[in-house]
Design a protein around this ligand. Structure first.
Ligand SMILES: *Cc1c(COP(=O)(O)O)cnc(C)c1O
Length: 400
């Protein structure tokens, strides 16, 4: 799965180049930094890698979502459609900018169901956020077509899918913009960090300014203190050490993906022996970043028995229906509208009127699917012995 498994000499070298200058800030310090601009270089390298025209580095994948939503003009009064199987950060960001998350079902792709998306579009829908979950792509061309007909921008939450492509085209480049996370368990990690990519120069400019208190970054005699501002912003700036680590990690990304694919193929071949097994649908299997392997059984009862055997044989798999961080019915704080704001925002207006109520049983199709589905995270360092042990465990589950 993650880049933390391969941190080594390249990352150390990159960090030392930053420490040698003593400049940790991505802007200014022109005299002191000896031409070292790691965050800027990382943005350029990430844009080149994904084929996007522009990239904006930020402090996290959550920050990337917030900055992108702000730049797209999303705010109070708006609805944003995402999916009920994602990390909590996706809808936290939507609530944080003042909009209301609307949850679509997932389908066999384990990402947004385009048909349910169509049903959930209203005249308040300001953005659509499909999530390329578990390293593989959503049915993004279909989703972008539906959104395009309705005139709504698509923000691809690609936090888990760096290195994933469809027909050679990177996820994150199909919609108006795409966001990535470099947190400690993502394929490419900088400890904490995020990136937004886009082909829209105006959108990138807005992101660049918003993420840095509104600074327009235009050269002027007053330096940073003399820069102009067109609107209020916030601070989501990435620091040079993160940019440095990102450069080293990005150079390893395609090798990491290749290793993950090899491991995934081995396990998938073994899992094919499970009676009634099916694998998630992918628009382009060859472009899978292969960070996870998801498989579904015919019914929940069978899934439970398979999970028990795999666990007892030392090869436990995740059931996301039970996972409290990634699945709608398990988000009790969202369902209850729990918040630190004394007047109930963002679930209630300052006057106390409830803005939104989330029903626990709102996504029956997703629940049915997730209860039948198990997931293996794919590690980079899997020994031949470990792979064989997992294959044997799977063999036992197959002969149930
Ligand atoms: C990890 C993740 C995020 C948030 O990224 P952070 O860098 O941890 O803030 C957002 N969306 C999804 C789908 C994620 O998996």
């Amino acid at each position: 799965m993650p880049g933390y498994e391969v941190i080594g000499a390249e990352e150390r070298q990159q960090i030392m180049e930053v420490l040698a200058t003593g400049v940790l800030f991505r802007y200014e310090f022109a005299d002191q930094r000896q031409g070292v601009y790691k965050v800027r270089e990382f943005e350029q390298a990430f844009a080149d890698y994904t084929g996007a025209a522009h990239a904006q580095a930020v402090t996290s994948g959550t920050a990337a979502l917030k900055v992108a939503l702000r730049a797209l003009g999303v705010g109070p009064g708006d609805e944003v459609i995402t999916q009920g199987f994602t990390f909590v950060a996706t809808w936290e960001a939507i609530l944080e900018v003042g909009a209301i998350p609307v949850f679509a079902e997932i389908d066999q792709t384990l990402t947004m169901d385009p048909d349910d998306l169509s049903r959930k579009i209203t005249d308040k829908t300001a953005c659509i956020v499909p999530v390329h979950m578990l390293g593989a792509a959503a049915d993004i061309e279909k989703i972008v077509a539906i959104a395009g007909q309705a005139g709504i921008p698509v923000l691809e939450d690609s936090a888990q899918a760096a290195g994933c492509r469809i027909g050679g085209q990177h996820v994150g480049t199909f919609g108006a913009c795409g966001t990535f996370s470099f947190d400690p368990v993502k394929t490419l990690t900088t400890g904490e960090g995020g990136m937004i990519i886009t082909n829209d120069k105006g959108l990138w400019q807005d992101m660049s300014e918003y993420h840095d208190h509104g600074h327009d970054h235009a050269p002027n005699p007053g330096g940073r203190g003399g820069e102009g501002r067109r609107f209020i912003g916030d601070n989501y700036r990435m620091m040079e050490l993160q940019g440095a680590i990102g450069l080293a990690q990005l150079a390893k990304l395609d090798d990491m993906v290749a290793t993950q694919r090899a491991h995934k193929t081995r396990l998938k071949e073994a899992l094919a022996a499970l009676p009634g097994v099916s694998f998630r649908h992918q628009p382009d299997e060859a472009g899978d970043s292969a960070t996870f392997l998801a498989f579904s059984l015919g019914e929940e009862k069978h899934r439970v028995r398979v999970a028990e055997v795999l666990r007892d044989q030392g090869a436990p798999a995740i059931c996301f229906a039970d996972n409290t961080w990634h699945f709608y019915p398990r988000w009790e704080h969202l369902l209850a509208g729990s918040t630190k704001a004394a007047r109930g925002w963002p679930f209630a207006e300052p006057g106390g009127r409830r803005r939104v109520v989330y029903a626990p049983d709102a996504l029956p199709k997703s629940v049915e699917l997730m209860k039948r589905t198990l997931v293996y995270p794919i590690q980079l360092r899997m020994s031949e012995e470990r792979l064989q042990q997992m294959e044997q465990a799977i063999g036992k589950a197959a002969s149930l």
